[in-house]
Ligand binder design. Structure first.
Ligand code: ADP
Length: 217
């Protein structure tokens, strides 16, 4: 599902990724751990086509993404990749339901269908009662689940999560983690999760240890 070969990336004179080779299978839940500054977020951004490597190739679902033009790449990203960030990044002026519909609307789904799909996604994540609320009226755990619903609305093949539970308390953290595994079992998606949480990392199918821009084990 994800194949990275020889990925390097520098910011100015700082080499952040030093030749990353990594293959992740469909349906795997993989965690990426490592010290602060190791390059975890940069790697996830490159995997998600939000940033470009200096060299190396990236295949996602069989597509060599470096070869796509900007327009095709952005359509591919919106369809195939779901992102979940530490700070949910919901739009404050829209309701939970509206926030979840946005990627579907960008994808060209009609407003009615997008609303129906968003409602189904919120139902599945136990948020039926919260659909009409704006982010400010939701708890931290609820906001993060809305962000997960938004990441999943287009049924992406890959979900990339950067410290998704970083802002949550222990109980919400555990619920969010359980949710990722439930979703993988139900929908078969591939999850890549950057985390500092050793507990979560230990539950994933595989843990990638990144130190100084290299995979050490
Ligand atoms: P991690 O997620 O493991 O903490 P990051 O990938 O965020 O590591 O960052 C790795 C290094 O790259 C850090 O030293 C960071 O300051 C630097 N860095 C990340 N993004 C940028 C950027 N856009 N411009 C310059 N330096 C960056």
């Amino acid at each position: 599902m994800i194949e990275l070969q020889g990925i390097t990336k520098s910011f100015g004179s700082l080499q952040v990724l030093r030749g990353i080779d990594l293959t992740i299978e469909r349906g795997e839940v993989v965690s990426i751990v490592g010290p602060s500054g190791a390059g975890k977020t940069t790697l996830l951004q490159i995997m998600g086509t939000l940033d470009k490597p200096d060299s190396g190739s990236i295949r996602l679902n069989g597509v060599e993404v470096n070869r796509l033009g900007e327009k095709k790449l952005s359509a591919f990203r919106n369809k195939e990749i779901g992102f979940v960030f530490q700070f949910h990044q919901l739009l404050p002026e829209f309701t939970a339901l509206e926030n979840v519909t946005i990627p579907a609307l960008i994808q060209g789904v009609s407003a009615g269908t997008a609303r129906k799909q968003a409602q189904e996604m919120l139902d599945m994540l136990g948020l039926s009662e919260r659909a009409a609320h704006k982010p400010a009226e939701l708890s931290g755990g609820e906001k993060q689940r809305v962000a997960v619903a938004r990441a999943l609305i287009n049924h992406p093949s890959v979900v990339l999560a950067d410290e998704p539970s970083g802002s949550l308390d222990t109980q919400n953290k555990e619920e969010l983690h359980r949710l990722f595994f439930d979703l993988r079992d139900k929908l078969g998606q591939t999850f890549v999760i950057v985390t500092h949480d050793e507990g979560l990392a230990a539950q994933t199918d595989r843990t990638i240890h990144l130190v100084d821009g290299q995979i050490v084990r």
